[in-house]
Design a protein around this ligand. Structure first.
Ligand SMILES: Nc1ncnc2c1ncn2[C@@H]1O[C@H](COP(=O)(O)OP(=O)(O)OP(=O)(O)O)[C@@H](O)[C@H]1O
Ligand SMILES: [Mg+2]
Length: 252
C-alpha cells in the first residue's frame, strides 16, 4: 500500500566498515517528500558510501534500517529498490558509450521494469525533455561533452519518475553557466515530484538549493540544519577548513 507519510526516506543507525575503517558510522536522518536535502563533508567523509548503502549499489549496510515510502528496503535487491522509485547517480559520470542518448535512457527504464510500448516511449521522451537532451537523442553517448553526459546519467535515473533521486556530486567540473543551469534542472526534477538527496562539494550550489544540509565527517553525521546555520557552524568550518575561516557559500 502506498505510504502517505511526511518522510519519503528514514535512515536509522546505518553503518558500514571496510576492515578496521568505519566508512559510515551510525548515521540516521530523514528526508521529506519533495524536500531537497544537501550532504556536505570533506573527502572520505562517507558520503558516497552512504548512497551505496541506501541504494545497495554495489553493496548494502552492515547494520541499520532504511525505510522508503514506509517500507523497509535494507535487504531488498538493488533493482527492487530502484523499481520502488529510489534512483541514484554516480560520482563519476558514466554512460554506455556505444549507445545513443535515447538508448541509454531506455536501459535505465528497463532496469526500472514495468514500462512497455507507448508508456515506455513517453517516459523516455519526458526524461529527454526534462534534462534538455531531446536535440541530441540520436547522438552516441561517447560523443557528448561532460555536462551532457552528466544530464544523461540523471535522465537515465529520472526516467522511472523516482520519488527520491540521489545525486552524487553532479556539479563537479562544470563552469558557472552550467552550474546555474543544473540548479534549475534539479529544481525541475523536484517540481515533478522527486525528493532530492544531493551530495556536493560546490557549496554555493549546495547551500543555494537545499532546504536542509547534513554534514558528514569521518563517517559520522556531524550536524544538520538550515543552510544559513550550517554555513556558520564552527564544527563545519573546522571540518572543512581546519580553522576559523569563512566558507564561501555565496550563490553564484
Ligand atoms: N569499496 C571500498 N573498500 C574499501 N574502502 C572504501 C570503499 N569505499 C569507500 N571506502 C573508504 O571509505 C571512506 C569513505 O569513502 P567515500 O567514498 O564514501 O567518501 P566521500 O565522502 O564520498 O568522499 P569524496 O568527497 O572524496 O567523494 C574512505 O576512507 C574510502 O577510502
Ligand atoms: Mg564521494
Amino acid at each position: 500500500m502506498p505510504d502517505e507519510g511526511a518522510n519519503i526516506l528514514e535512515v536509522d543507525g546505518l553503518g558500514k566498515a571496510f576492515g578496521s575503517l568505519v566508512a559510515v558510522d551510525d548515521v540516521s536522518f530523514t528526508i521529506g517528500r519533495r524536500e531537497i536535502l544537501g550532504i556536505a563533508g570533506p573527502n572520505g567523509a562517507g558520503k558516497t558510501t552512504l548512497f551505496n548503502l541506501i541504494s545497495r549499489i554495489p553493496f548494502g549496510a552492515d547494520r541499520g534500517t532504511v525505510r522508503f515510502a514506509g517500507q523497509r528496503i535494507e535487504r531488498l535487491a538493488p533493482h527492487r529498490i530502484f523499481r520502488l522509485g529510489l534512483a541514484r547517480t554516480f560520482q563519476k559520470e558514466t554512460a554506455f558509450a556505444k549507445l545513443t542518448v535515447a538508448q541509454n535512457i531506455r536501459v535505465g527504464a528497463a532496469y526500472g521494469g514495468g514500462m512497455r510500448g507507448a508508456a515506455l516511449s513517453k517516459a523516455i521522451d519526458e526524461a529527454l525533455d526534462v534534462m534538455d537532451l531531446s536535440a541530441v537523442r540520436g547522438e552516441l553517448a561517447a560523443t557528448l561533452p561532460v555536462y551532457e553526459t552528466k544530464r544523461l546519467m540523471i535522465a537515465s535515473a529520472a526516467v522511472i519518475g523516482p520519488q527520491l533521486l540521489m545525486l552524487d556530486e553532479p556539479a563537479s567540473g562544470l563552469n558557472s553557466v552550467e552550474l546555474a543551469d543544473l540548479k534549475l534542472l534539479i529544481l525541475r526534477l523536484r517540481d515533478r515530484g522527486a525528493a532530492i538527496l544531493l551530495i556536493e562539494h560546490i557549496l554555493p550550489l549546495l547551500f543555494g538549493i537545499s532546504e536542509r544540509v547534513m554534514v558528514m565527517d569521518f563517517g559520522r553525521k556531524l550536524t544538520e540544519g538550515p543552510p544559513s546555520a550550517i554555513a556558520r557552524d564552527p564544527r563545519v568550518i573546522e571540518a572543512y577548513l581546519g580553522g576559523p575561516k569563512e566558507l564561501d557559500t555565496d550563490a553564484a
